[in-house]
Design a binder for this molecule. Structure first.
Ligand SMILES: *Cc1c(COP(=O)(O)O)cnc(C)c1O
Length: 377
């Protein structure tokens, strides 16, 4: 998280002098629109849509891609529940894919999980480390699948020079308090496809038919939702994005330094899909006991203990609980109750043996260096 400060306060203050907080208000400052243009430029994506959360972003991306009842969508077994939950909210069924030693979606298992109902895949760039996008895009293109990157935890992370969130058909960011940049709550959907952008805009705005400007003139419009953000979030996000470049450099320096110190001390650093891209660092031990011991140190957490990101903790999904008994994507897809959520034992084993190392961005680099040596001791 980039701590909001004076510049965010000033931007919101200016907005209050103007007084129009609704982004669609013609007399407003159009801060959300400006933020979207700046985010698109920053990521190298043709289009960006800001909305109320990463979860809303996933729902709108799935709706833009026309995913729905009867469809299967491949998601990794290690991610926040929203990745799989969004699939259910559009009436489709999530199918779990194992992670590999990089802690991101395993391409071989992705192939193994394909059925004739598979319509899309959502690779997730967890803890600021990119997926094997070449491998995933290769499978998706050969099978005609849509790819929606969940880059909620990887805003500003690169894979082979390209920003996470810009390589699939669509990409999703989260700007909640825990993510790289924040407006408390918030999210974005990126795409290079004007048609998908237009459908995502429709999906996020119930009142789209009454706007003076509708991107792509997506007619006829379908029933959307209201996941719009206000100009207050727009004001904050513009400042946060301006601060992000410096933040990325800061994170990179810490990753490089921590990697060097821990590697020199013989720690088994988790392999990366692009050694130059990541803004996060993990260690995968041979045994669970070693990971538990390391995970008790300050600035380290064992991934299995941060259990909300392990599929075995997604209780409403595991117990097939939707808001109404008739709203049952598994029944619509004619999926037998015994294969509602498939098991992923390799993922559990990797999470039990892996720890993420905190980059300690609040501390100056020399302090982090001392902490790193202490960790390595
Ligand atoms: C944070 C997160 C989300 C959801 O973001 P919200 O803005 O909290 O809705 C989705 N996927 C992953 C992997 C996340 O970490």
């Amino acid at each position: 998280m980039i701590r909001p400060g004076f510049r965010e306060w000033l931007a919101v203050g200016r907005l209050f002098l103007n007084g129009h907080l609704l982004r669609t208000d013609d007399a407003g400052l159009h801060l959300c629109g400006r933020f979207e243009a700046e985010l698109a430029a920053f990521t190298g994506s043709s289009h960006a849509l800001a909305l109320s959360s990463g979860t809303a972003g996933l729902v709108c991306a799935l709706q833009a891609c026309g995913i729905g009842p009867g469809d299967e969508v491949l998601v990794p077994a290690y991610t926040w529940m929203a990745t799989a939950g969004a699939v259910l909210l559009v009436g489709a069924v999530p199918v779990l894919v194992e992670i590999d030693q990089t802690l991101t979606m395993d391409v071989a298992d992705l192939k193994a999980k394909l059925t004739d109902r598979t319509r899309a895949v959502i690779p997730v760039h967890m803890i600021n480390r990119p997926c094997d996008m070449d491998g995933i895009m290769g499978v998706a293109r050969s099978q005609g699948l849509r790819v929606i990157e969940d880059a909620s935890q990887a805003v500003g992370v690169r894979y082979k020079g390209q920003m996470c969130g810009t390589m699939g058909d669509m990409g999703v960011f989260s700007f909640n308090q825990h993510k790289n940049m924040t407006s408390g709550e918030g999210g974005a959907v990126l795409t290079n496809d004007p048609g998908l952008h237009s459908r995502a805009v429709n999906a996020h705005d119930m009142g789209i038919g009454y706007r003076s400007q509708v991107p792509g003139g997506n007619t006829p419009i379908f029933v959307g939702n209201n996941y719009r953000i206000s100009e207050i979030q727009g004001a904050i996000l513009r400042v946060q994005l301006a601060k992000l470049r410096a933040r990325i450099v800061k994170m990179q320096r810490r990753v490089v330094m921590l990697d060097r110190v821990l590697r020199a001390a013989g720690f088994p650093i988790t392999p990366q899909n692009d050694p130059d891209g990541p803004l996060g660092l993990a260690v995968t031990f041979a045994t669970e006991a070693e990971a538990m011991a390391f995970g008790r140190k300050r600035g380290v957490r064992r991934l299995f203990d941060n259990s909300k990101h392990t599929y075995t903790e997604w209780h409403p999904i595991l117990e097939r609980r939707m808001s109404h008994p008739g709203l049952d994507p598994w029944a619509w897809a004619a999926i037998a109750p015994d294969r509602l959520i498939n098991d992923c034992p390799r993922t559990l084993d990797l999470l039990r043996r892996s720890c993420a190392v905190n980059l300690m961005t609040a501390a100056p680099l020399p302090v982090v260096q001392v902490m790193a040596r202490r960790l390595a001791a």
